[in-house]
Design a protein around this ligand. Structure first.
Ligand SMILES: Cc1cc2nc3c(=O)[nH]c(=O)nc-3n(C[C@H](O)[C@H](O)[C@H](O)COP(=O)(O)OP(=O)(O)OC[C@H]3O[C@@H](n4cnc5c(N)ncnc54)[C@H](O)[C@@H]3O)c2cc1C
Ligand code: FES
Length: 379
């Protein structure tokens, strides 16, 4: 149990005595985070600083993300957010969120989440980190809100003070859209091994952009980072940006084994995963001919019923039957499709998107669960 002196009375701060001896966040048992600060970053981006309900230290690789479950309008909505802060400052973590037009969660966060409020989160998860894919020199390439994992890596390398050679090239719409502009400039002034470049497509009213203009091109990349072919590259941004960078690097003869990309849009799955989805559809068509068993799946709340062959995931079978279920990554990672099984059993191969205690309580990720009996699902 947390000691009584865990927090400074009347404050969210851990008391000095607990700072050094704080227990680590345990992803299996801890899930409540309290918002301790909200910081505007740009006109449409805010940072939310979060601490565990009882003092905890957070261990993660810079670039990893958390999956949050937000209670909004009587519904539970799951979304992933990169931890933009650095694990070198372990008592809090921060997410930096861009307001997306019409998006239910980003707008709710911007308009509602305030210090003292709590949210639930699972993780950290993900492989997108310079600590998972180390290299001698790094090139961090980001577009728009894709800056967050790069910032986590840059902040961490900066705090570690080892003078690691990092080139950080960020593309933004206008100067007013450059997230972390002042902090990046400060870090680059203090650490000569960190070079930061911003590229803007347009001016901001009141500020004419004097730096590189337009979009990232091979010529501009060569100009800003002449030795880019020697670097380990991390890329995050909108899909067209990521596609353009991938093509640019491949065309330049870059060793793509040193290219690491993260997408904020799991819908933009790589071709291999789209192929897997097509194969699942084919399996559905072929199921009776192949002599596979098929199970009855009932959705208790909507009263919809479908047949799901034993080698097809419940999510794929539902999609095929025209039933829309919440989903995002479709690979057992993000937790969006988590559902309660009222009865029945599944074979599930997940990638960290569910805790053991949730499995023990009868929860399953429908995107990576194949039925092993008839099922009733609480949806
Ligand atoms: C691994 C991972 C990490 C992520 N980290 C961050 C992060 O650090 N900061 C952040 O702001 N978002 C991040 N996201 C995106 C985030 O999970 C939500 O998708 C986003 O906040 C929009 O949610 P919403 O409910 O408001 O809108 P939704 O209804 O989910 O999305 C509305 C539409 O906007 C598109 N969209 C989603 N995000 C963006 C975006 N950033 N810019 C432009 N269009 C977008 C979606 O594809 C969709 O078509 C991350 C996503 C993933 C998968
Ligand atoms: S959709 Fe991401 S875990 Fe199922």
């Amino acid at each position: 149990m947390a000691p009584a002196f865990a927090r400074v009375p009347g404050s969210a701060e851990p008391a000095a005595a607990t700072l050094a001896a704080t227990a680590p966040w345990d992803a299996e048992t801890d899930d409540v985070l309290t918002c301790v600060a909200v910081r505007p970053e740009t006109h449409d981006v805010k940072t939310f600083v979060l601490a565990a309900r009882e003092p905890r230290t957070f261990r993660y690789l810079p670039g990893q993300f958390l999956t949050f479950a937000f209670e909004i309008g009587g519904e539970t909505l799951h979304r992933c957010y990169t931890i933009a802060s650095a694990p070198t400052r372990p008592h809090t973590l921060a997410i930096t969120v861009k307001r997306v037009a019409g998006g239910p969660v980003s707008n709710w966060l911007h308009d509602n989440l305030k210090p003292g409020d709590t949210v639930r989160a699972l993780g950290p998860m993900g492989e997108f980190s310079c600590f998972a894919h180390p290299g001698a020199k790094y090139l961090l390439l980001s577009g728009g809100s894709g800056v967050t994992p790069m910032m986590a890596m840059a902040r961490t390398l900066h705090d570690l003070g080892a003078g690691r050679d990092v080139a950080f090239v960020h593309s933004a719409r206008s100067p007013a859209d450059i997230v972390f502009r002042d902090e990046l400039a400060l870090m680059a002034r203090r650490d000569l091994a960190l070079r930061v470049h911003a590229i803007c497509e347009a001016d901001t009213p009141g500020e004419a952009w004097t730096g590189p203009r337009g979009r990232l091109t091979p010529a501009l990349l060569r100009d800003l980072v002449p030795d880019f072919l020697e670097r380990t590259v991390f890329v995050c941004g909108p899909k067209p940006y990521m596609d353009a960078v991938r093509a640019m690097l491949a065309e330049a003869g870059f060793d793509m084994a040193r290219h690491h990309a993260e997408s904020f849009d799991f819908g933009a799955l790589p071709e291999a995963e789209q192929e897997a989805a097509r194969e699942a559809e084919q399996a559905l068509d072929d199921a009776p001919a192949a002599g596979l068993r098929s199970f009855r799946v009932e959705f208790a709340k909507t009263r919809r019923v479908l047949d799901c062959p034993e080698d097809v995931t419940v999510l794929d079978a539902a999609r095929r039957a025209g039933i829309r279920l919440p989903s995002s990554c479709a690979k057992g990672l993000c937790g969006t499709c988590k559902s309660k099984l009222a009865s029945g059993t599944v074979a599930m191969t997940h990638a960290g998107g569910i805790r053991q205690r949730e499995i023990d309580a009868g929860m399953a990720l429908l995107c990576c669960s194949r039925p092993t009996s008839d099922l009733v699902i609480e949806r």
